[in-house]
Write a protein that binds this ligand. Structure first.
Ligand SMILES: [Fe+2]
Ligand SMILES: [Fe+2]
Length: 276
């Protein structure tokens, strides 16, 4: 590493966090089983999902020539490693309420292991780019929709999810830039997004049913109604509003920073008293 590279700094920091999730109410999302389990569902994807992201970027790291991108890759790995760690700690809450998230995490581990057996490094990195687009756009929605985030009635959960949401936007271009520098091209990036979307939605749909069934909430129609309106409502549904940014990924010349969230990140870093 030359002196010029050493002098460079990553575009975003790695924040050391150490959350404790004990004594969190079971239905911490506004007393709603469906939405609380939806967030538990997402949390169960992160410990091994984010490890997959890091591994796929690390696998091609030696081919990155841009010193600034090398610095950002280091910070990306630091942020994702910290997310994995804190979402693993989330199990403290789950265990207290008899929710078996570890089992779901292991399913993700096995699924990603099976996928990696039939994919190349390029495919794995394209999967990471696709899922990073999901995490960034889902996180952006959460940061913009205070009507949703204020439904998180646990301060610990609120801080965890908003911290994660800020950082997903800070580093949303890193895997994408690595992919463009090392491979580039349109077809694989977009074909992998289509396949990844099908698998991603299938997994969270299956996990949601599993979590509700294990908790005896599968036939709680009131909670289903609240959850489905929150996620798929025609105008304000959380997923409904993700359709447009998802489609944007298929535009030739798309770049994650086309969705400028710097002012939003700044606002939330001030709100939560975060550095950087
Ligand atoms: Fe993350
Ligand atoms: Fe990420």
């Amino acid at each position: 590493m030359n002196a010029q590279t050493q002098a460079l700094r990553a575009n975003f920091p790695v924040r050391r966090m150490d959350f404790s999730f004990s004594e969190t109410p079971k239905y911490w999302w506004d007393g709603q089983p469906f939405m609380s389990h939806f967030m538990n569902n997402l949390s169960s994807l992160f410990p091994y999902g984010e490890k997959f992201f890091v591994d796929s970027v690390r696998a091609v790291r030696e081919q990155i020539r841009d010193p600034q991108l090398q610095k950002d890759v280091s910070a990306f790995i630091g942020q994702e490693a910290m997310h994995s760690k804190e979402h693993a700690a989330y199990n403290e809450y789950a265990e207290e309420h008899g929710i078996d998230l570890e089992r779901l995490e292991l399913r993700i581990k096995h699924l990603l292991g099976a996928i990696s057996k039939v994919t190349t490094k390029k495919h794995d990195l394209a999967i990471t780019c696709a899922l990073e687009h999901f995490t960034a756009t889902m996180a952006e929605r959460l940061l913009r929709r205070e009507d949703l985030s204020t439904q998180m009635k646990s301060p610990k959960m609120y801080k965890l999810w908003m911290w994660h949401a800020i950082e997903e936007n800070e580093h949303k271009a890193v895997a994408y830039d690595v992919y463009q520098q090392v491979y580039g091209g349109y077809f694989t990036r977009t074909a992998v997004m289509l396949l990844t979307t099908v698998i991603f939605l299938g997994v969270i749909g299956g996990f949601q049913i599993h979590l509700l069934r294990k908790d005896g909430q599968l036939f709680n129609w009131g909670s289903w109604k609240h959850g489905l309106v929150t996620l798929f409502g025609l105008r304000n549904g959380y997923f409904t509003q993700l359709v447009r940014p998802w489609l944007d990924y298929f535009r030739p010349g798309f770049h994650p920073l086309d969705h400028d969230t710097r002012a939003l990140e700044k606002h939330w870093k001030e709100q939560l008293d975060f550095a950087g």
